[in-house]
Design a protein. Structure first.
Length: 122
């Protein structure tokens, strides 16, 4: 899974916040706190398409762009990739859990309980 640069993350945040595919111009308008040229936004979106994080749709122009997956799924894949970089997954998981806040640990507990409950899969 490819990590995102700062500008790529900003563009992805725009796409993840919207439910419909957006044009380059629409994405650029959402990035009001940055002074970006239209071509810069277009280049970033093209890179994200090549990385497989965004898909381009439409016939002709303007192209519309949308995320391939949710932000939560993307972050989950990054976490699995990071976990794969260690020889001791148990130690890495333990260190991760120990760094969590109480509410985060509780959310993890609930998620684990739900994944182990066979009645939840129906």
């Amino acid at each position: 899974m490819n990590r995102l640069g700062e500008l790529e993350r900003a563009v992805m945040d725009v796409l993840w916040q919207r439910s419909e595919p957006l044009t380059v111009r629409e994405v650029g308008r959402e990035l009001t706190n940055r002074d970006l040229a239209h071509t810069t936004v277009m280049t970033v979106l093209d890179r994200l398409v090549k990385k497989g994080i965004v898909e381009r749709t439409g016939q002709g122009r303007p192209w519309r762009y949308q995320p391939v997956t949710s932000k939560e799924n993307y972050v989950s894949e990054l976490m699995f990739d990071a976990l794969g970089q260690t020889r001791d997954r148990d130690a890495a998981l333990a260190a991760f859990v120990h760094s969590m806040s109480g509410p985060e640990a509780e959310a993890l507990r609930r998620a684990l309980e739900e994944s182990e409950d066979p009645t939840e899969s129906t």
